[in-house]
Design a protein around this ligand. Structure first.
Ligand code: BG6
Length: 293
């Protein structure tokens, strides 16, 4: 199928009717539905479906940089580029394919990208939908440069929530975080689960590989499992910032929360020929869920 501006999209489905829609624009997951047809990712009612920017929602990919930088645009260029379907992907572990519906995408830097970030790479992205409806993403970045390079990365995951003030995140308690609202100053989280009553823009560092986002009102929990991604970004723009974002409704901060599996504090460094892998798996389970130790 094609999306609103002619960019190709790929739809994955399970026999029971769960689905994932991925756009070649940015390799962005645009939609993920369970077998009842319920949407499991947030999309803003004001989202703009027009390159070069990613639409506000789903799962944009932040690479080769998370946040602002000197020569690159905010969150890097990968989310703004047109990816290709990878007809010949490098082999993965058989458990990454068994019983799953998947698509492999590929991004290589253009001449223009190399002017701003002079490092040749191959970025292979597998998006897959398990038979149980779980969404998985595997990113593999290979250095095909003569010199080493470093990058940061995030799966910028927009989750829909019923009421932000009723949501809590488990698995980040007692961790250190860098606060983007205070010049990246480092703080330590207290012992309680994370709850929300104002703007939050933080990078929790060295987090466990499983965290849970509990939506009390919807009686459902997002379980986020990650590998190769030590950090977790937690972002909600709250009222004031929402009003400054053209592609986001003034009140929509109440119904969304970004929780990103990421590698930010310590950038990933690849020597020539080396490859990095970052995995994300998200499932939705009913009622409460306690994160693994
Ligand atoms: C978050 C950042 O992950 O992304 C915020 O921590 C930023 O600082 C937000 O505002 C949205 O970024 P963008 O570029 O998609 O508007």
């Amino acid at each position: 199928m094609k999306d609103w501006n002619g960019t190709d999209q790929v739809v994955l489905r399970t026999p029971r009717g769960a689905s994932v829609r991925v756009s070649l624009h940015g390799g962005q997951v645009m939609s993920w539905r369970n077998d009842k047809g319920e949407e499991l990712l947030f999309t803003s009612s004001k989202a703009i479906f027009k390159p070069p920017k990613p639409m506000r929602g789903g799962i944009p990919i932040c690479f080769p940089q998370f946040g602002k930088g000197e020569s690159l645009e905010q969150h890097g260029f990968a989310r703004n580029k047109i990816w290709k379907i990878d007809e010949n992907p490098p082999p993965l572990h058989p458990s990454d394919s068994n019983g799953k519906s998947f698509v492999d995408l590929l991004l290589k830097p253009s001449e223009d990208d190399l002017k701003f970030w002079p490092h040749s790479f191959e970025f292979c992205l597998r998006v897959s939908l398990g038979i149980n409806g779980n969404l998985a993403m595997i990113s593999r970045v290979r250095n095909i440069n003569g010199r080493q390079f470093s990058f940061s990365f995030a799966y910028h995951t927009y989750l829909p929530v019923s009421d932000i003030s009723e949501v809590r995140i488990e698995g980040l308690e007692t961790l250190d975080y860098l606060d983007n609202l205070c010049q990246k100053e480092r703080f330590t989280e207290q012992g309680d689960a994370i709850t929300f009553e104002c703007e939050v823009d933080r990078v929790y560092v060295s987090s466990p590989n499983t965290i849970a986002v509990l939506d009390h009102e919807k009686k459902r929990t997002y379980v986020i499992k990650k590998e190769g991604l030590p950090d977790v970004v937690v972002w909600n723009p709250w009222e004031k910032k929402s009003r400054t974002m053209a592609d986001f409704g003034d009140e929509e901060y109440k119904q969304m929360l970004c929780v990103d599996a990421a590698a930010i504090e310590k950038s990933i460094t690849l020597k020539p020929g080396e490859e990095w892998t970052g995995r994300l798996e998200i499932s939705v389970v009913p009622s409460s869920y306690c994160s693994e130790p």
